[in-house]
Design a protein around this ligand. Structure first.
Ligand code: CA
Length: 466
């Protein structure tokens, strides 16, 4: 073979390998998981808000499926994320609580997502996915818990539970901590929600030729309540300053969800990408002025306002368009759904509490995803079985609600339905004592305020325009 032929042959071989590679890759769908933080159920136009238009988030529901009974596995940030990324109810591995360093006996070596638990990012990465986390982690800050040691190739963000929106400091602590990244020198923050949007768009562009999993972990609209002057002007008619700022933050979140979707469109990836949007827990009405109407309760407690969240997904050509799915689903379903769609078999031995949602959403089965769902958080425990929901807290008789008639949990019908109440208490109690002790205790805040939060009155209707 002469030199020219050799070069041509090698060139063709190279071309063939490249082509074959990109074709194989293109068969595996991409996954974009967009997580809002402390977003109120009511505060999207798709859920009926009069005060804010969220066209980009709404479009995910309009072009895909919206879950009217979508739950997260915890009413607070960190354990909710532990469930989300493992597909297991996190209390099964002792992750009941938020990470807190103010508790006696707290051992920082165990303060994070246990290293023997496998994350969805690890499984996807092993199977050829490029994996990226942009934003909030909140699953441990020790080396062994760092996102790049938990399945993420790329990380741009911060390890704790929140961040200032305008500022970070090289040696800052807490919400002023530095932005960390393993793939670039992080730029100065402009407005954090926009900066995360920038990083998400950049991630999509850099990985468009291979299957990817992008976890877009926004902190909006979690406190601190900080918005740009430009966005605040849009809500100048809202008298309450807290609420005005909160709405401006949700607006900016919506804009950046739109930018992510646009980046997928522009790179021709929309038909091969599942996009999921949800909040990590219900709105903390008292902290960020969010609203969870029509649900009672808020972040931190197991009434619907704490655990039923805005939840939707879009996958062109695969999922139905504009459908509202009314059976209960859980954030725990996302890990098995992602793995199955990536062609990774899931088995009993994975120990998932979630299920692959695709057969349910594409009418391949008549069954429902969950007959029963359970929660435990410090002093509270709860169970849903069919239409019945029971919540157990230490200072009163159990609360039993019929969600099919009483979506706002106004009527405790436990005494009228003692047989059901007893059955659910038994089932919840048996589950509770079968679980390991929590790895670490909740800090004083959420444990201390819960009884009051169960007693508080919540606004159960959408706030008026102004
Ligand atoms: Ca949260």
């Amino acid at each position: 073979m002469d030199a020219v032929k050799m070069i041509v042959t090698l060139g063709l071989l190279f071309w063939f390998c490249q082509t074959a590679h990109s074709q194989t890759s293109s068969q595996k769908p991409n996954i974009v998981l967009i997580l809002a933080d402390d977003l109120g159920y009511a505060d999207l136009s798709v859920n009926g808000s009069f005060q804010i238009q969220t066209p980009h988030i709404d479009a995910l529901a309009g072009e895909g499926v919206r879950f009217s009974q979508g739950y997260v596995s915890s009413a607070v940030c960190s354990p909710s994320r532990a469930g989300l990324l493992t597909g297991k109810n996190q209390v099964k591995f002792g992750y009941d609580n938020n990470l807190s360093e103010n508790v006696p006996g707290f051992d920082p070596e165990y303060a994070g997502l246990p290293v023997n638990e496998v994350t969805v990012a690890e499984r996807l990465k092993e199977n050829g996915y490029a994996t990226g986390l942009i934003g909030k982690w909140h699953l441990g800050s020790k080396e062994q818990f760092h996102p790049i040691n938990r399945g993420f190739d790329e990380f741009w963000g911060y390890l704790n539970g929140g961040h200032n929106y305008f500022r970070s400091e090289e040696n800052g602590k807490g919400y002023l901590g530095p932005i960390l990244s393993n793939y670039k020198k992080p730029q100065e923050i402009t407005y954090l929600t926009d900066d995360k949007g920038d990083e998400c768009v950049d991630f999509i562009e850099r990985h468009k030729d291979e299957p990817f999993f992008l976890f877009a972990s926004f902190n909006a609209p979690h406190t601190p309540l900080q918005a740009t002057e430009e966005d605040l002007k849009l809500f100048s008619h809202i008298e309450d300053k807290k609420r005005r700022t909160y709405l401006a933050m949700v607006h900016r979140l919506d804009i950046n969800v739109g930018r992510i979707v646009e980046a997928l469109d522009e790179n021709g990836l929309s038909d091969n990408t599942l996009i999921v949007f949800l909040s990590d827990n219900g709105g903390p009405v008292d902290q960020n002025s969010s609203n969870n109407a029509p649900f009672n309760g808020q972040k931190g407690i197991l009434l619907e306002g704490g655990i039923r969240v805005p939840f939707m997904m879009k996958w062109n050509g695969v999922l139905p368009k504009g459908e509202v799915y009314e059976n209960a689903v859980s954030s725990l379903d996302l890990t098995p759904t992602f793995l199955q769609m990536a062609g990774i078999n899931i088995t009993e031995s994975d120990g998932f509490d979630g299920v692959d949602l695709l057969p349910f959403l594409t009418n391949q089965t008549e069954e429902i995803p969950h007959e029963t769902l359970k929660w435990r958080f410090t002093i509270s425990a709860g169970i849903i079985k069919g239409n019945w929901k029971l919540v157990r807290i230490p200072d009163r008789l159990p609360m039993l609600f019929d969600l099919s008639r009483d979506i706002s949990e106004q009527n405790n019908v436990s005494l009228e339905n003692l047989t059901i109440t007893n059955q659910l208490l038994k089932e919840l109690g048996a589950w509770d004592i079968s679980l390991p002790n929590p790895l670490f205790q909740e800090g004083p805040y959420w444990r201390g305020v819960q009884l009051d939060l169960y007693d508080k009155e919540y606004q159960l209707t959408q706030p008026e325009l102004d």
